[in-house]
Design a protein around this ligand. Structure first.
Ligand code: PA5
Length: 446
């Protein structure tokens, strides 16, 4: 069974299929750009030229990595969210009772308390630290690196180097220099492979491999979606990722300013955060874009779904399900009469019924909805979904006339924070901060 996009409820309410025609008419232009950028090596997330090198360099690291019970990942944004999604989807045991397998900890914030909780409990000699940063200079990641380096050194001296792997640019950045200086093991983040498009490189796959996840299957799934685009860019016109992009752009142009990512594959819930970052950081540009809203079925039926159904009519929905989820233990034949209709049914039947009910309720309440129906929920399927969404994000950005691969707006806050911490070379930011802080405070206690 193939995975599929089910379109019958996508063009509804304020949106008709005619609204996507101007976008679809640009398929030739998009194909030409795709051909140009893939042959220039600028879209490695699609063409995956790094795969053979990764397959040669990652496996030899695994015995050393798997000799440790713990892996501590230091990274943020695109350097963390893919690994977390894969962990929760395919190696969720750590959150459950009786777990004895490998443990992955992802430190993607500057929370001193949480960081302390990790370092005070993790045994350095049984922990592999993986520091992930494409730029090699992200302050949140680097600051944790410095502290963890001290922590390792304090307990094992020079052997700290055996417990640190860096995943970063092949040639530039502070982290690459550190790897050279201390002879640290490293894997590359290839040129042009920006954070949020890098989950299917060493960035996400080293942690996945540590957990015993079938990382090759993730790559195979991604390749199955990307290959037609990479091999013959003109196939974009009929490719599901382009159809999705045309729909998303049409939604935006018809005042649907939010895009719900409603995930009815509960194990895949963390893909909501991964998708939200991919979509928001790629497409929130020049006053344009749609706000991604991740939600998990069925949990969020009892939470934000009320707003989806009866709040402002400004939402479209990507609705994700998987076939084959109707398993699970069955209800007994002795259920009380009031619940007789559940007798003999597997627990999993609730998920299918509730997904259908919610889908229909959304459709009835003015939400154009594209049903993404996965044939199964294994790693290969996840790889296919990730590539579908990455390609769709790229094409949506091109249709919008923005660059979906950069994120200039978030730089300002970073520069101001650096200035606040006393970094050199931020004269303008220092005076901007002073002016900001000089505004009299308008306080109200509570
Ligand atoms: O998607 C992106 O490009 C960003 O979210 C980055 O992943 C994030 O800022 C971390 O960057 P880096 O990997 O360079 O440390």
């Amino acid at each position: 069974m193939p995975h599929m996009l089910e379109w019958s409820r996508a063009y509804t309410h304020r949106l008709s299929s005619k609204d996507a025609e101007p976008m679809k008419a640009r398929a030739g232009e998009i194909a030409a750009r795709l051909a140009r950028e893939t042959s220039a090596g600028e879209l490695p997330f699609l063409t995956m030229p790094y795969r053979s090198r990764l397959e040669a360099e990652l496996p030899p690291l695994l015995p050393r990595v798997r000799a440790c019970k713990h892996m501590l990942v230091l990274g943020i944004g695109g350097s963390a969210l893919g690994a977390r999604a894969m962990q929760q989807a395919f190696a969720p045991g750590q959150d459950g009772p009786g777990y004895i397998g490998p443990c992955l900890w992802i430190a993607d914030n500057v929370c001193a308390e949480r960081f302390e909780a990790l370092l005070s409990k993790l045994p350095p000699a049984d922990t592999m630290v993986v520091c992930i940063s494409k730029s090699g200079g992200t302050i949140e990641t680097l600051s944790q690196y410095f502290l963890v380096r001290d922590w390792l050194r304090a307990s094992m001296g020079d052997a700290w180097r055996e417990h640190m792997i860096v995943v970063t640019d092949i040639a530039k950045g502070y982290l690459r220099e550190e790897a050279g200086r201390h002879d640290l093991a490293s894997l590359e983040v290839p040129d042009y492979l920006g954070g949020r498009y890098s989950a299917l490189s060493a960035v996400g796959l080293l942690p996945a491999a540590f957990l015993g996840i079938d990382w090759q299957a993730l790559l195979d799934g991604a390749a199955s979606v990307a290959q037609p685009l990479a091999a013959s860019p003109e196939s974009v016109a009929g490719h599901p990722s382009f159809a999705l992009a045309c729909w998303a752009r049409a939604l935006e142009l018809h005042d649907y300013s939010q895009l719900i990512f409603f995930c009815y594959i509960p194990q895949w819930a963390a893909y909501g955060d991964w998708f939200a970052q991919l979509w928001a950081e790629s497409l929130g540009k020049d006053g344009q874009g749609t706000q991604p809203v991740p939600a998990t079925g069925v949990t969020d039926q009892h939470s934000i779904n009320q707003m989806f159904l009866s709040g402002p009519r400004n939402k479209g929905c990507l609705f994700l399900t998987s076939d084959g989820q109707e398993a699970g233990r069955a209800f007994g034949d002795d259920l009380p009469d009031k619940w007789a209709w559940l007798r003999g049914k597997p627990f999993g039947s609730l998920l299918e019924a509730e997904a259908l009910g919610t889908r229909m309720a959304l459709c009835k309440n003015g939400v154009p909805l594209l049903h993404v129906q996965m044939a199964d929920n294994g790693p290969r399927a996840a790889g296919a979904l990730m590539m579908l969404l990455e390609a769709a994000t790229l094409f949506t950005g091109w249709l919008m006339g923005i660059n979906p691969l950069d994120q200039p707006a978030v730089e300002l806050g970073k520069r101001l924070a650096n200035a606040r911490l006393g970094a050199q070379g931020y004269t303008q930011e220092e005076s901007d901060l002073a002016a900001y802080l000089a505004v009299p405070r308008d306080e109200q206690t509570f």
